[in-house]
Ligand binder design. Structure first.
Ligand code: ADP
Ligand code: MG
Length: 344
């Protein structure tokens, strides 16, 4: 008897706590948010976000390539970051993973942990950014989850792409004698972040590269038949080339003088030469670092012309483990930092 009343008391307490914790208002808001800002972004597979799950019919002869990235306020982006740019960044970093695998984006799932006082202006700009990116790269929202928090704004995207069965470019295929290549230019995003934190306003393109990564989807698709291994440069060149080499059981020597630089990065380095380590260790560039056998070099030049994205040979794959950076005289360059790590 005594036990029963205690159970009844506890059950009542839990229910009251649910109500007191503003669950009722919060739930109503959650459905309004989903219907107003996210339902307009879904494809047919998302069932207008009115069901428990999306249903996707796999395409015959194609593999699904699935990846997730998580962005946390204060760690991956500044508090108060422009919501439209943030939306493009969170999709851009996920698209970049698909690009590195040679996949074409199809659908994504959006996990939102929103501060309780999030404004409708924020939601409206954020969903505009999502829509613009969806239109640019041709993919749709399929579902997600939304919750409130007293902690930092956190955004998680799971993205799904497809490619012809068996053609995904893995990290593990590099062999001794392959060339090591990168797309575009390196160091821009890390130098852009430095401009933001040190209030330097003379390099708008570097800052733009930090805010809005350009996923190299076109290059990735073309590399399916050319690259032996590939990763995107999210943690820094040394770290990500290192991931490719470790997965492949090889090593590499990289020529520092061959690292491709944008005009703004070059002029930043002319001012502050010690910043060179940002070029090989700084993260967030979202270029592709890949390996290919020497007989593919001519095809790679064609890919660069066709996609309008430069491709630069920066080194060679060797049997000796690890990444070695060398200067023009062949001397080893000391690497201060090997890229960003969350848990030191
Ligand atoms: P559950 O109660 O099972 O967690 P929800 O009520 O959270 O489901 O979600 C209802 C629908 O809204 C589902 O289709 C879900 O995918 C979608 N949804 C919820 N949050 C988001 C979001 N942030 N972006 C896109 N779709 C969402
Ligand atoms: Mg449900």
């Amino acid at each position: 008897m005594k036990v029963l009343s205690l159970t009844a008391f506890l059950t009542g307490w839990v229910k009251r706590c649910d109500l007191n914790c503003s669950a009722v208002t919060y739930l109503a808001n959650e459905f309004d948010i989903i219907a107003k800002y996210f339902a307009p972004l879904v494809g047919p597979e998302g069932l207008s976000l009115k069901d428990d799950a999306a249903v996707i019919t796999p395409k015959l002869g194609r593999d699904l390539v699935v990846t997730k990235d998580l962005l946390v306020e204060g760690r991956h982006f500044f508090k108060g970051a422009d919501p439209e740019r943030l939306a493009k960044k969170v999709l851009g970093v996920n698209l970049s993973d698909l690009a590195a695998k040679g996949a074409e984006p199809e659908h994504y799932f959006l996990g939102l942990v929103l501060p309780e006082n999030i404004s409708t202006d924020w939601l409206s700009s954020f969903s505009s950014g999502l829509e613009a990116c969806q239109k640019e790269f041709g993919f749709t929202l399929a579902g997600g989850d939304t919750t409130a928090t007293t902690g930092p704004l956190t955004i998680s995207v799971t993205i799904m792409g497809t490619l012809p069965t068996g053609t995904m470019i893995k990290r593990s295929g590099a062999v001794v004698g392959d060339g090591l290549y990168v797309t575009g230019t390196l160091g821009d995003a890390a130098l852009g972040l430095r401009c933001l934190t040190e209030n330097i306003d003379t390099y708008p393109e570097l800052i733009g590269r930090y805010h809005e990564p350009q996923p190299r989807l076109g290059v990735g698709i073309a590399l399916r038949s050319l690259a032996s291994a590939c990763a995107d440069v999210s943690d820094g060149l040394v770290a990500d080339a290192g991931h490719v080499c470790t997965a492949s059981g090889v090593g590499a020597t990289i020529q520092v003088a061959d690292l491709p630089l944008s005009l703004e990065a070059q002029s930043f380095l002319d001012d502050i030469p010690s910043s060179i380590d940002q070029v090989y260790s700084g993260g967030d560039d979202y270029e592709l670092v890949f390996t290919a056998p020497p007989n593919k070099e001519g095809f790679l030049k064609e890919v660069a012309v066709k996609t309008g994205v430069s491709i630069t040979k920066i080194g060679v794959i060797e049997g000796l483990d690890g990444i070695r950076l060398v200067d023009q005289a062949g001397n080893l360059v000391h690497v201060n930092s090997e890229g960003y790590k969350h848990f030191q």
